[in-house]
Design a protein around this ligand. Structure first.
Ligand code: AMP
Length: 433
């Protein structure tokens, strides 16, 4: 199937072809015709499936086809809500890219940066607004947005938005929108809460599902390298150096470890940067830009900071530490092997983490091959110690020198989703506003 056969207009086809896409991805094949028809959509798709173009292309086309509001300032006719600033910025970039040959204007608003430049852009008038919920409500409070003319609403990564505690903000936004509109809801998972939101919001939605929940992509080769905890950094430097990896995304459990690891790698001569919730928006944007441009070879990230990151054709993902919640493993490795490209996901696993590994293997319903690298074989005399579950820097510090002092227990075999929601809530103000 070609993009032409989906019924997209010439300006969009030109932009898509300049982007180098030859064929629509499965979600695009399903979503584009339905959205063009005006259907509401409930899309089960993770990042990496091409869902952004899947909703952006038909959204642009529908805005072009719709009657323009009367003369005067442009009205915001499409609103895209995303859970994180990074995702908002990426969606905004896609809207710009795909809409480059159309006379539509868009802008993005998210927290962590000054509100005034955003207000100036809004005052000039835009057709499409991409926003995180918290900052959008700040604008509502300051009368810098009018949401009464919205024709199309997109909720991107709806499950993340709920996980991060945005449900009240979302409800407040929904109350400001016209009843008559097209709504597109995308979510990687369908919890009861999501279904409830969808029931209230969507009118006879078309259901689209492309990647099964908690299924790791076929395009990602997964491997576990068993190693002692205190040799992980050395092994990581060795893997990067000996394989000459140019672009590696590395995950840690805590902000503290992310910082420390990026400093140590840089000391080893491997340019690295850390990205996590304690970094200013400017620092995060810079780290991501440097990573994308190749200036920084290794980006060390915590789970929340990495959510929704879209880095084209990212070849390698390393789990420096396994996540406490098995589902996060699937999200982490979903950063590679995107849109048909091959990717590699390596996990450096010490004896403390064997239980987490079992949870992950149970979730993805397969055993991950274990490969010991050179002389990094784990010392069998080292006994497992409890894993510190905290994500805050305070708990991260406890990881550093006082292993014996920690009294926390390893997570239960199936760490609950409510546990995840609780942990995330603490960070949500930083993320959305
Ligand atoms: P997304 O799931 O929207 O985050 O997209 C994942 C990646 O796939 C992005 O880097 C897109 O640029 C890329 N992509 C989207 N559509 C296509 C396509 N039809 N062919 C190849 N790559 C695509």
């Amino acid at each position: 199937m070609s993009f032409e056969s989906l019924g997209l207009r010439a300006e969009l086809l030109r932009a898509v072809s300049e982007k180098g896409y030859s064929m629509p991805t499965p979600i695009q094949q399903q979503a584009i015709p339905l959205i063009l028809e005006g259907s509401d959509i409930m899309g089960g798709a993770q990042t990496g499936t091409g869902k952004t173009a899947g909703f952006t292309l038909p959204l642009l086309q529908r805005l072009m086809a719709a009657d323009k509001p009367e003369k005067g300032r442009r009205a915001i006719r499409a609103l895209v809500l995303t859970p994180t600033r990074e995702l908002a910025a990426q969606v905004a970039e896609s809207v710009q890219t795909y809409g480059r040959y159309l006379p539509l204007k868009s802008t993005v608003v998210f927290g962590g940066v000054s509100i005034n430049p955003q207000k100036m852009k809004l005052i000039k008038g835009v057709d499409i607004l991409i926003a995180t919920p918290g900052r959008l409500l700040d604008h509502v409070g300051q009368n810098s947005v009018d949401l009464s003319k919205i024709d199309i609403l997109v909720l991107d990564e709806a499950d993340r938005m709920l996980d991060m505690g945005f449900i009240r903000d979302i409800r407040k936004v929904l109350a400001l929108l016209p009843k008559q509109k097209q709504t597109l809801l995308f979510s990687a998972t369908f919890s009861e809460e999501i279904k409830q939101l969808a029931n209230n919001l969507l009118k006879s939605p078309a259901l689209i599902e492309v990647a099964q929940r908690n299924t790791a992509s076929e395009h990602v080769t997964q491997v576990v390298h068993p190693v002692d905890k205190n040799r992980k950094r050395e092994l990581l430097s060795y893997l990067i150096g000996s394989n000459n990896w140019r672009q590696v995304l590395v995950f840690t459990r805590t902000k503290h470890i992310a910082n420390r690891l990026s400093e140590q790698l840089t000391t080893d001569g491997i340019m690295a940067a850390a990205i996590h919730g304690n970094k200013s928006q400017g620092a995060r944007t810079k780290a991501l830009a440097d990573f994308k441009s190749g200036k920084v070879r290794v980006l060390v990230a915590t789970d929340i900071a990495a959510r929704g990151l879209d880095i084209n054709q990212l070849p390698h993902v390393v789990n420096f530490e396994l996540p406490n919640v098995a589902e996060d493993y699937v999200h982490r490795i979903g950063r590679t092997g995107r849109a048909g490209n091959e990717g590699e996901a390596m996990s450096l696993v010490c004896v403390d983490e064997l239980r987490l590994l079992k949870d992950i293997e149970r979730l993805i319903k397969r055993n991950i091959p274990k490969v010991v690298i050179g002389d990094f074989e784990p010392d069998p005399s080292i006994k497992a110690e409890p894993i510190n579950k905290g994500r805050s820097s305070k708990l991260g510090n406890a990881n550093r020198g006082s292993r014996n002092k920690t009294t926390q227990q390893p997570p239960p075999p199936h760490a609950s989703r409510s546990g995840r929601a609780k942990r995330n809530t603490g960070q949500n103000q930083q993320r959305g506003r």
